[in-house]
Design a protein around this ligand. Structure first.
Ligand SMILES: Nc1nc2c(ncn2[C@@H]2O[C@H](COP(=O)(O)OP(=O)(O)OP(=O)(O)O)[C@@H](O)[C@H]2O)c(=O)[nH]1
Length: 725
C-alpha cells in the first residue's frame, strides 16, 4: 500500500469529524491543486456486503476488509476516505459504515441518515451495494437504505437540484441471470420507492431522473468467481476514468466547492447535518467561498507583507523619497492579487470579487501609509528646495514673477512625485498633502516677500532720512518766521520723491493698490516722524534764545535800512523795543509748536495776547488747542524763555536809554556851537575851517567832501544840518 493512498477515517463512529486526518490526507494527495477537477465516489449498502472489497479492487483504495474467518461483523465504522489510484481526474473514494448494522441497534438510525445525507451532499457517484438475492425482498437491507437516501435527498436544497449518479452494484449475480431484466426490475423498484417518498411542494411531481442518474452494474461472486469478478471490476473501473468529462459518468457534475474548500465544506456539512438541519447547497457554497476566500486573502496578505521587495520599499520610504514607488508597489501588489485570483478561481464569483476588493483595499491601505511617509519626505524636500531657491531671488528684479515661478516649479515637482507614487487603480487622493505643501510654500513665500519688502522699505527710509536731514537740519538751524513753510516744502518734496521710488517696487512685487497705498502712507508717516524728531532735536531752548537775542539786536539796534539807530528820544526806544520783541515773539511762536499742517498758530495768538500787552499777563498753564505731540515747548517753558530773553536783551535797551540821555546833553552843547558858527558864518568864512571837525563829528559829513565844497555849497549844507538838528 502506497503512503499517499492510505485510507483515512473521516467521520468516526462517535460522530466526530477528523479534521486533522482529512487535512493531512488532502495534503498528501495534493488535493488542493485539483481546483474543480475532481470527483467523489461513495459506497453504501448493507454491512459486510463486500463494499470495502469492491472499492479496493476498483480503486486500490486500501480500505479495511473483513477477514472471512472472523465471520460477519462490522468492520467499517463511520466514513473512511481514500484516493482512487491512477484514476484521472483525482477521485476520492468514501467507504461508509454498513447500513443495517446490528451493533447500532434498530433505533439508532440517525447516524445512518446522517452519513447518507453527507454522502449525497459530498459525492458525485453513490454506489448502492446490494446482494443479488436481496432484490425484490421487501425486508432486505437495501430497500430501507434506498428509502433513506431518497428522503434525505429532499433535505438537500439546490436549485437546480444537485444530480447524483446512483449506481446499483448487484453482487453475486448468477452467471445466467439476464442483466436487462435485472436492470429493469431495479429501476422500477427505485421509481416506485421515489414516488412513495414525500417531497416538498416544488418537487412534488419531479421524476427520479431530476435528482438521480440511475445506473445498474452486476458483478459475479468474488469468492467463487474471483477472476470473473476482477475482470468485471476492471471494466467497471474504466467508467470512472475521466468521469467528469462530457459524456463521462458525471459529465454534468455541478461543482459544489473547489478542491481547496473541500475540507472546510465537508466539516461544515457535517456540522449542519449533526444539527439535523437541511443543507442549503447554494448558501453552503457561498459560505465556503466566503470562508475560503477570506483564508486565502489573509494568507496572500501575509505573504505580501513578508515580500522582500515590499519590505525593502517600506524601509526605503522611511528614510526618503523612493523613485518609481507607485510602479514598484503596483507590480508587487498585482502579483499577489493574481495569486489570489488563481487560488479562488473556482469559488463563487460574487464572493471572490468582494474578498479580492477587500484584499486589494487592505494592501493599498498599507501601501498608502508607506506612500504617505515617503511623500512626507518628498514634501519636506520640496519645501526645503523652495526655501533655498527663494533666498537667491533678487528683489531688485521682477521679484513677484520670480517667486511665482519658484512656487510653480516646486509644486510641479511635488505633483510629479505624487503621480510617481500613485499605485495603479488605487484612486489615492494626494490633494490634502499637496494642499498642505501649497499652504506651507505660500506662507513662506509671503514671509520672504514681506522680508524683502521690509528690506527695501528700510533702504528707502534710510534714503529718505538722508534727504530730509540734509535739508531740514539747515532749515531748522536758520529758523525764521517761514521755517515751517520751508520744512513743509522739504517734507512734501522728499516724501513724494520716496513714493515715486516706491512705485518701482509696486511693479516688481506686484503690489495691489491697497498695499501700495499702505506703503506710501507708512512712508509719509515715517517722513513726518523724522521731521518731527528733527524739530525736537534742533529746536532747543538755548538755540531759540540765541535766535531771539540776535533778532532782537538786529531789529532793536538797526532801522529798516539796516542803519544803526540813533537814540534821541525815549519814545523811540519804546517803539523799537516793541518792534523787536514782537519779532522775537514771532520766532518763539514759530519755534514752540510743530506746524506741518499749516494750522492757525494758536501759540502765537496766546503769546501776543499775553506778552505784548502794556502790562504783561502770565501765559496760561497749557496751550489748549495745540496737541501735546506738536508742542515743542510748554507754556511754562515759553514763559521761562521769554523772561530770560527779556533779561538778556535788557542791555540793549539800557544802552539805548543811556544814548538818549547822552544825546540830549550833546544837543545842548551843539546848540551853543551852532550859534557861534552862525555868527562866524555871517562874519566871514575864514573861521569856518577851525570848526570844520566839530561839525563833521556832530553831523557825520564826509571830511573830503566838506574839504572840497565851495563856500556857497558849504553854507547850504550847514543850513541843512542845522535844520535837521
Ligand atoms: N459472497 C461474497 N462475499 C464477498 C464478496 N466480496 C467480499 N466478500 C466477503 O464479504 C465479507 C465482508 O467483506 P467486506 O468487504 O469487509 O464487507 P463490507 O461491506 O466492507 O463490511 P462492513 O464494512 O463491515 O460493512 C468478507 O469476508 C469478504 O471476503 C462477494 O463478492 N461475494
Amino acid at each position: 500500500m502506497k503512503e499517499d493512498i492510505c485510507a483515512t477515517q473521516l467521520i468516526c463512529g462517535n460522530n466526530e469529524f477528523n479534521v486533522a486526518g482529512l487535512n493531512s490526507f488532502l495534503q498528501k494527495v495534493k488535493f488542493e491543486k485539483c481546483g474543480n477537477s475532481y470527483a467523489v465516489v461513495a459506497i453504501m449498502g448493507p454491512q459486510s456486503g463486500g463494499k470495502s472489497t469492491l472499492m479496493n479492487h476498483l480503486f486500490a483504495t486500501g480500505f479495511q476488509e473483513m477477514k472471512i474467518e472472523c465471520g460477519k461483523s462490522q468492520t467499517t465504522k463511520g466514513i473512511w476516505i481514500a484516493k482512487c489510484v491512477d484514476i484521472e481526474p483525482c477521485t476520492i473514494a468514501m467507504d461508509l459504515e454498513g447500513s443495517d448494522s446490528s451493533e447500532r441497534g434498530e433505533d439508532d438510525n440517525t447516524f445512518e441518515k446522517r452519513i447518507a445525507l453527507f454522502a449525497l451532499a459530498v459525492s458525485d457517484i453513490l454506489l448502492i451495494n446490494m446482494w443479488y438475492h436481496d432484490i425484490g425482498r421487501e425486508h432486505a437491507a437495501s430497500k430501507p437504505l434506498l428509502k433513506t437516501i431518497f428522503q434525505v435527498m429532499m433535505r438537500l436544497f439546490s436549485d437546480p437540484p444537485k444530480k447524483t449518479t446512483l449506481m446499483f452494484v448487484v453482487r453475486d449475480k448468477p452467471s445466467k441471470a439476464p442483466f436487462v431484466l435485472l436492470e429493469k426490475r431495479l429501476r422500477e423498484d427505485a421509481e416506485k420507492m421515489w414516488n412513495a417518498v414525500s417531497k416538498p411542494q416544488a418537487h412534488k411531481n419531479s421524476p427520479l431522473t431530476v435528482f438521480f442518474n440511475v445506473q445498474v452494474v452486476a458483478l459475479s461472486n468474488y469468492q467463487e468467481k474471483e477472476e470473473k469478478f476482477k475482470e468485471e471490476v476492471a471494466q467497471l473501473r474504466q467508467r470512472f476514468v475521466n468521469s467528469i468529462s462530457p459524456g463521462g459518468l458525471v459529465g454534468d457534475k455541478r461543482s459544489v466547492v473547489p478542491a481547496s474548500g473541500f475540507s472546510l465544506s465537508t466539516q461544515e456539512m457535517w456540522r449542519v447535518i449533526k444539527l439535523n438541519k437541511d443543507l442549503d447547497l447554494p448558501a453552503h457554497k457561498v459560505m465556503v467561498a466566503t470562508l475560503r476566500c477570506e483564508e486565502i486573502s489573509t494568507d496572500i496578505f501575509k505573504q505580501l507583507m513578508e515580500n522582500k521587495g515590499w519590505l525593502a520599499l517600506q524601509k526605503a520610504a522611511e528614510t526618503g523619497p523612493v523613485p518609481d514607488f507607485g510602479r514598484r508597489v503596483s507590480s508587487i501588489l498585482y502579483n499577489y492579487l493574481s495569486e489570489y485570483d488563481k487560488e479562488v478561481v473556482y469559488y463563487d464569483e460574487g464572493v471572490r470579487k468582494t474578498k479580492r476588493h477587500m484584499l486589494e483595499s487592505r494592501a493599498l491601505q498599507c501601501a498608502q501609509a508607506v506612500c504617505n511617509t515617503m511623500l512626507g519626505h518628498l514634501s519636506s524636500n520640496a519645501f526645503e528646495g523652495f526655501k533655498a531657491g527663494v533666498t537667491s531671488l533678487d528683489p531688485e528684479k521682477g521679484f513677484a514673477a520670480s517667486l511665482r515661478a519658484c512656487i510653480l516649479s516646486s509644486m510641479h515637482e511635488f505633483r510629479r512625485g505624487c503621480a510617481d507614487a500613485a499605485v495603479q487603480h488605487s484612486n489615492w487622493s494626494f490633494s490634502s498633502i499637496v494642499e498642505k505643501l501649497q499652504r506651507d510654500i505660500n506662507a513662506h513665500a509671503l514671509c520672504v516677500r514681506s522680508a524683502k519688502l521690509s528690506e527695501l522699505k528700510d533702504k528707502y527710509e534710510e534714503q529718505l532720512v538722508a534727504c530730509l536731514t540734509s535739508q531740514a537740519d539747515p532749515a531748522f538751524g536758520h529758523g525764521g518766521e517761514d521755517m515751517w513753510v520751508s520744512i513743509r516744502r522739504i517734507l512734501m518734496l522728499e516724501t513724494e520723491n520716496a513714493i515715486a521710488r516706491l512705485s518701482t517696487i509696486k511693479v516688481r512685487f506686484e503690489l495691489n493698490e491697497k498695499e501700495f497705498s499702505a506703503m506710501g502712507q507708512d512712508l509719509r508717516h515715517f517722513a513726518r516722524n523724522v521731521v518731527e524728531q528733527k524739530a525736537r532735536d534742533n529746536i532747543v531752548a538755548d538755540k531759540v534764545l540765541t535766535q531771539m537775542k540776535l533778532r532782537f539786536a538786529s531789529v532793536f539796534c538797526y532801522d529798516s535800512h539796516s542803519q544803526p539807530r540813533i537814540w534821541k528820544k525815549t519814545k523811540q526806544i519804546t517803539a523799537a523795543t516793541k518792534e523787536a520783541r514782537s519779532a522775537c515773539l514771532k520766532i518763539l511762536a514759530v519755534m514752540s509748536a510743530i506746524d506741518l499742517d499749516e494750522k492757525p498758530n494758536y501759540v502765537e495768538e496766546i503769546l501776543f495776547s499775553c506778552l505784548m500787552k502794556e502790562t504783561e499777563d502770565a501765559l496760561p498753564s497749557s496751550w489748549q488747542k495745540v496737541s501735546l505731540k506738536d508742542a515743542l515747548f510748554t507754556s511754562a517753558q515759553c514763559q521761562q524763555l521769554w523772561d530770560k530773553f527779556k533779561e538778556k536783551t535788557q542791555k540793549h535797551i539800557k544802552k539805548a536809554t543811556s544814548d538818549v540821555l547822552e544825546s540830549a546833553q550833546a544837543n545842548k552843547k551843539f546848540g551853543h556851537r551852532i550859534d557861534s558858527l552862525l555868527f562866524l558864518f555871517v562874519n566871514g568864512s575864514s573861521l569856518l575851517a577851525s570848526y570844520r571837525f566839530r561839525i563833521i563829528s556832530s553831523s557825520r559829513l564826509s571830511t573830503n567832501r566838506l574839504a572840497q565844497s565851495k563856500p556857497k555849497l558849504l553854507r547850504a549844507k550847514v543850513w541843512y544840518i542845522l535844520e535837521r538838528k
